[in-house]
Design a protein around this ligand. Sequence first.
Ligand code: SAH
Ligand code: SF4
Length: 341
Amino acid sequence: MDKIVLSGMNISELETLMKELKASNFRAKQIQNWIYLKSVSDIEEMNNLSVKFREELKQIATVTNTTIKRKQTSKDGTIKYLVEYPDGECVETVLMRFDNRANLTACVSSQVGCAVNCSFCATGKGGFKRNLTSSEIVEQVLTIQRDTGLKVTNVVFMGQGEPLLNLENVLKAIEILNTECQIGSRRITVSTSGIAPKIEDFAKANNQSTLAWSLHAPTDEIRNKIMPINKKYPLREMKKALDKYFEIAGRRVTIEYLLIKDLTDTLDCAKNLAQLLEGMKCNINLIPYNPVIENDYKKPSNNSVMKFKYILEHSGKKVTVRLERGADIDAACGQLRGKVE
Ligand code: SAH
Ligand code: SF4
C-alpha cells in the first residue's frame, strides 16, 4: 500500500490522521511545524515525538514523495531545482536571493509545460502536459526549504505554466502557503499572460497577493505576433478586466514588459505604452529579453533600456528593470523547460 504523504496536509487533515492513530491534536500541531516550518525530510527528524510514535507513523506515512532530480547553483547564489513527482513528470523551481539576505524568493511552476505558447518562451515551446495539484505547487517551496534549511519568504508564480489556467489549484496552494508555511499573501505574486475572464475570479478569491500582467507589447498588432493569447483576449478586454480587478482588490497591478530589440524596445513602443497605461494604477517591470531559443529576437541594448525606462518614468510611473538572475544555469526568465537533456 502507498504510504500517506504528510506534506500537503492541512491541520485538520493531520488531526484526523492523529485521531486514527489515537494520538492527541497536539501531535498534529507538532507535525505541522516539522513539515512546513522546520521542513524536515524524514519522520525520524521529528525529535519531539516519542521514538515509539515515530516508528508507528513511519509504518504508514512518509514526509514527501517528491524528489530532486537535478540541482544547479549559479555564481549569484540562485539555485535551480528540477523537481520530480511520483508520476515521473518534472518541473523547475528557482530560489533567488536578493542582496537583502533575509529575503528568499521561490519562483514556482503552476503547470507541467504551458499551452499559451508565447513565441519568446522556452516553456511554451515544450507544449502543455498537465496541471499541478496544490500540494505539488507547495512541494516546490518545501523542496527548497528542505534542501537549504532556509525559510522561503516570498513566492512568485513565474515558473512554468499559466497560473490562471490552473486557478483553483493555485488558489488552494496560496492558502496552504499562507496558513501552513506562514508566507503572507502580500509576499506572493501571480503572473499571468492575460486570461481576461479569470482575473475577476482571482480578485474575488484573493485580493491581497500581487497580480502581474505579462503585457510585453503596447499594441494588439505587435502583441498578436508574440503572444497568440492576445487574439482571444485583446488589450481592450484585458484593460477592462484589470479595471475590475482594481475595483475589487484596490491593489496596483505590476505590468511586466519584455524588451526585445527593434520589436518592443523602440521609442514608439515606449510612447504607445505610456499612453496605453495612462490612468491605470500600476508599476512597471521591464524585462530585457533573454535569448533562450532559436528565433530572430535579440537582447535590447543598455541604452535603449534606459531610454525606455526614462520615457515611462516621465509619464509618472514607477519603473524597475528586472535583474537577470541565474543566467549561467539557465534559470533566468523564460528559460525553464523542465526537461532533462
Ligand atoms: N505564464 C505566466 C507566468 C510564467 S512566465 C506569464 O507568462 O506571465 C514568467 C515571466 O517570464 C513572464 O513575464 C514571461 O513573459 C517572461 N519570459 C518568458 N520568456 C522570456 C524570455 N525569453 N526572456 C525574458 N522573459 C521571459
Ligand atoms: Fe506560458 Fe508564460 Fe511562457 Fe507564455 S510566457 S508560454 S504564458 S509560461
